[in-house]
Design a protein around this ligand. Structure first.
Ligand SMILES: [Zn+2]
Length: 403
C-alpha cells in the first residue's frame, strides 16, 4: 500500500510509519484521505486486551502540575474507570488538546492510546482516543490549597473539559463537588463575574455565566491559560459561522378554552407539534450548533415531561384560564431561555392548518423584564383584594340553600 503522505510503497501502512512520516494518527490519516478505517486497521488490531504488566511500575507521586491537572479533570467529570483501566477520553478533532493533557499527566503514568474496536452495534471499526493507565488512587488537590497561579491553570482545564458556549454564555456541566463550588466562588471574586446555578437536568449540575459581560470577563480573564491548551481559544472565544437548527417534538395533551363560544370549550384531546429553533455559532470542535440529542434532553425535561399526557390547563397555573398556542409558546419560552439562550423561535402546530410562531425576549432582556404578566392575570395577588378594598367584592347570592 502506498502512503499518500510520503508516496512510499509499504507492506503495511501503520501507526509507526505515520507517526514518523507525517505525525498523523491512523484515524486522522483515514479522515484526511476519506478511507474507512477497515482499509487501514486489520481485524486483529481491534479489541486488543493490553497487558497491565507492560505499564511502568506504580504508584506514581506525580508532579505538582500533574496533580493540579488531575484535580481539574476530576472536577470536570472527565476521569472514567472500568475494564481494569482508568481513562480520560478525547475526540479526534481535539486530539492536540488531549495530547497536551498527556504531557501534563505524564508523571502520573497516563499514556495516549488510539484504540480500535468492533464492539457494540456499529458494524464498523471505530477508533477511540484516550489517556489511560491501570487504576491508581491519586489524591485531588483541594482548591483552597492551590496558589493563585495554579487556580488559573486549574480553571482553564475545567473550562476546556466541561464548558461549552451557547450564544453569549458559557455553561459548565459537571458533577456537583466541593472543588467546583470553590472554583465558582473564586471566579466570582477574582474575575469579578456573576455565575448562575440552574436546576439540575438528568442529575447534571448546570452553572452558567449570568450575562454576556460575565462571559467576556471570564474568558478574557483566563485567556492566557486557555491559550496554552490547543483549540480552546477557538472553541470558547472566537466567533464563527452561524446556522439555525430545529428540533420537532410532539405533545399529546387534553385542554379546553374557558368562555369559548365553540367546541373548544369542551375538554378535548389533541396532538401538538412543537418546533424549537436554535440559532448560534457552529462549534468548531463538534461541527454542531448544538447536538440535537442535547437539545432534546433539555426540551424533554423542561417541557415535554410537564405537558405530555396531561391536561394543559392544569399542568401549569399560567395555562389554567387560557391554554392557547400563544400562551403555551410564552410559557415554554420562559421555561427554556435560561438553558437555551440561543433559542430564536418557537412554532407550535395545534392542527395541520393552525399554528403559532413566537419570538420571545433574549436571556439578557428576560433577566430585566422577568416573566410575562399576560399569563398571570389570575396569579395577581391584588386581584380580589383590590375589589374588597374598594368595597366592590361581588355580592354573593346563594341559591337553593335553605335558610
Ligand atoms: Zn508516509
Amino acid at each position: 500500500m502506498k502512503c499518500l503522505e510520503c508516496e512510499t510503497e509499504l507492506d503495511t501502512l501503520d501507526a509507526a510509519h505515520l507517526s514518523a512520516c507525517c505525525g498523523l494518527t491512523v484515524q486522522e490519516y483515514a479522515l484526511r484521505h476519506g478511507f474507512p478505517l477497515e482499509m487501514l486497521v486489520s481485524p486483529d488490531a481491534c479489541d486488543r486486551v493490553e497487558d497491565e504488566a507492560d505499564w511502568p511500575a506504580s504508584p506514581h507521586q506525580g508532579s505538582r502540575t500533574a496533580l493540579i491537572t488531575w484535580s481539574a479533570l476530576q472536577t470536570a467529570g472527565s476521569v472514567r474507570e472500568g475494564g481494569g483501566w482508568q481513562w480520560i477520553p478525547g475526540e479526534i478533532r481535539m486530539l492536540d488538546s488531549l495530547l497536551w493533557l498527556q504531557e501534563q499527566l505524564h508523571s502520573l503514568g497516563f499514556d495516549f492510546r488510539q484504540e480500535y474496536t468492533t464492539a457494540g452495534n456499529s458494524h464498523r471499526i471505530v477508533a477511540r482516543n484516550c489517556l489511560k493507565r491501570p487504576p491508581e488512587k491519586t489524591p485531588e488537590v483541594a482548591f483552597a490549597d492551590m496558589s493563585e497561579v495554579e487556580r488559573r491553570d486549574y480553571a482553564a482545564i475545567v473550562l476546556a473539559r466541561a464548558a461549552l458556549r451557547r450564544d453569549e454564555y458559557v455553561f459548565i456541566q459537571a458533577p456537583k463537588s466541593e472543588n467546583l463550588e470553590s472554583l465558582c466562588q473564586w471566579l466570582m471574586s477574582a474575575l469579578d463575574i456573576d455565575i448562575s446555578h440552574l436546576d439540575a437536568l438528568d442529575e447534571r449540575h448546570y452553572v452558567r455565566t449570568t450575562s454576556p459581560d460575565d462571559t467576556r470577563r471570564l474568558i478574557e480573564g483566563l485567556l492566557p491559560q486557555l491559550r496554552q491548551i490547543p483549540g480552546q481559544e477557538e472553541r470558547l472565544y472566537e466567533e464563527g459561522m452561524r446556522a439555525t437548527i430545529v428540533k420537532e417534538q410532539g405533545i399529546d395533551a387534553a385542554h379546553f378554552i374557558t368562555d369559548h363560544p365553540g367546541a373548544c370549550a369542551n375538554l378535548h384531546g389533541g396532538h401538538y407539534s412543537v418546533h424549537f429553533k436554535i440559532h448560534d455559532r457552529i462549534d468548531p470542535s463538534t461541527g454542531f450548533v448544538m447536538d440535537y440529542a442535547d437539545l432534546k434532553r433539555i426540551v424533554k425535561s423542561r417541557i415535554i415531561e410537564v405537558l405530555d399526557h396531561h391536561t394543559l390547563n392544569y399542568a401549569a397555573p399560567e395555562l389554567t384560564w387560557r391554554s392557547s398556542t400563544e400562551f403555551l409558546a410564552i410559557w415554554m419560552w420562559e421555561r427554556l431561555i435560561d438553558y437555551l439562550p440561543s433559542l430564536r423561535e418557537l412554532e407550535i402546530h395545534e392542527t395541520q392548518t393552525s399554528y403559532c410562531q413566537y419570538r420571545g425576549p433574549t436571556l439578557e432582556e428576560y433577566r430585566k423584564v422577568g416573566p410575562q404578566s399576560l399569563l398571570r392575570h389570575f396569579q395577581d395577588t391584588d386581584l380580589g383584594l383590590r375589589r374588597k378594598r374598594e368595597g366592590k367584592a361581588p355580592p354573593l347570592r346563594v341559591i337553593n340553600q335553605s335558610e
